[in-house]
Design a protein around this ligand. Structure first.
Ligand code: KG4
Ligand code: ZN
Length: 334
């Protein structure tokens, strides 16, 4: 069988990304242009600025990707693109670029769900074995997803309010740390201790749902009260205590669900999968279980297009094809 090459585009948030992946598992080229510097001074992603940057960067990132891959679009089997969820104006840039390329070169067009992409980032390092459980933790999502076969996703738990990454970014903001705060809290946490014992939101017995807004409020109230009383709390301890609560709930629920569903693999996906505390705790737990734990290398945890190509490769195999009227869908469901 001849090799399969997928070109993918990802523009759902603040990274303009393009990649070529061979046979669904081998990265040939993976280029990410980050806009973080432009959004930093606003404390978060400004949708209008994100869209404008994508327009400026799209063709540059595409050209660089093809140059690195030493391939042409004619050699691609299909063009994959993130169709949602995400910022609508940002998604539209990628969707229109992919449609233009696919139409001009008469290549199959594949619409990919951003979260399917985060999950399939793991297949760039290891073949999937089913059933598997995916813990998806990003800036917009916190979900436990059961997969019994390729391309079919069953959500068994999700956040009822803030996503894990969102909670990290909001707590970081109250600590006057710049956006995105997740990596900075992670760093501070390693220099402090869980002295504040913030609450753990377990929710009802047996529920695999999550809630982080109460924890976020507990952190804000603690800081506010300390300030009023003139007490000094070490930022490192706030970060360590917040992270201890997030990591304990995420890893305990993942462990329980993995055992209940008797999965062969547990995979972690999304930006918060880069968290050192979470990685260490999951590694500790699953070292004692007869299940394989997969966590992508750091550069594949945050948004990139290689993961979209990996998910697109499966969609291509399954015969999924997008029509020329493919549109950005900011609230696309899995
Ligand atoms: O998956 P991603 O790149 O974008 C979305 O699809 O949302 O995730 C970004 C999120 C941000 O909230 C960021 O603060 C968080 O991932 N993040 C982290 C770490 N690295 C990135 N959160 C905690 N610890 C980290 N090391
Ligand atoms: Zn993402």
């Amino acid at each position: 069988m001849s090799d399969q090459y997928i070109l993918a585009i990802e523009t759902s948030c603040d990274e303009t990304a393009c990649a070529v992946v061979k046979n669904g598992t081998e990265i040939v080229a993976n280029v990410v242009a980050s806009q973080i510097e432009s959004h930093k001074r606003f404390g978060g992603v400004v949708p209008e600025i994100a869209s404008r940057h994508h327009v400026e960067q799209m063709t540059i990132v595409l050209a660089e990707t093809l140059k690195k891959a030493q391939l042409t679009i004619d050699e691609m089997d299909a063009i994959a693109v993130t169709e949602g969820p995400g910022l609508v104006g940002a998604l539209l840039v990628g969707v229109n670029a992919a449609k233009a390329l696919a139409f001009a070169k008469q290549k199959p067009l594949l619409g990919v769900h951003h979260i399917a992409g985060h999950i399939y980032a793991n297949r760039l390092t290891k073949e999937f074995e089913f059933p598997l459980l995916a813990l998806v933790v990003s800036g917009g999502h916190t979900e436990l997803i059961l997969m019994k076969e390729h391309g079919v996703f069953e959500i068994i738990g999700e956040t009822r309010d803030d996503a894990a990454g969102e909670a990290y970014d909001k707590v970081a903001r109250t600590l006057a740390l710049p956006y995105p705060g997740g990596p900075l809290i992670d760093q501070l946490a390693s220099e402090g201790d869980d002295t504040l014992h913030f609450p753990r939101a377990w929710l009802e017995e047996g529920s695999y749902d999550f809630s982080f807004s109460g924890l976020k409020s507990a952190v804000i109230n603690k800081l506010h009260n300390a300030e009023q009383r003139g007490e000094e709390i070490k930022r490192e301890d706030v970060a360590a205590s917040f992270q201890a609560s997030v990591v304990e709930v995420l890893s305990t629920k993942t462990h329980k669900a993995a055992k209940q569903y008797g999965v062969k693999q547990v995979i972690v996906a999304g930006g918060v999968a880069a968290n050192k505390g979470l990685r260490a705790e999951l590694n500790r737990i699953f070292a004692q279980e007869n299940m394989e734990l997969l966590i992508p290398p750091l550069h594949l945890c945050t948004d990139n297009a290689a993961m979209i190509a990996a998910a697109g490769s499966i969609a291509y195999h399954l015969g999924h094809r997008a029509d020329w009227d493919l549109n950005a869908n900011p609230s696309l469901s899995l």
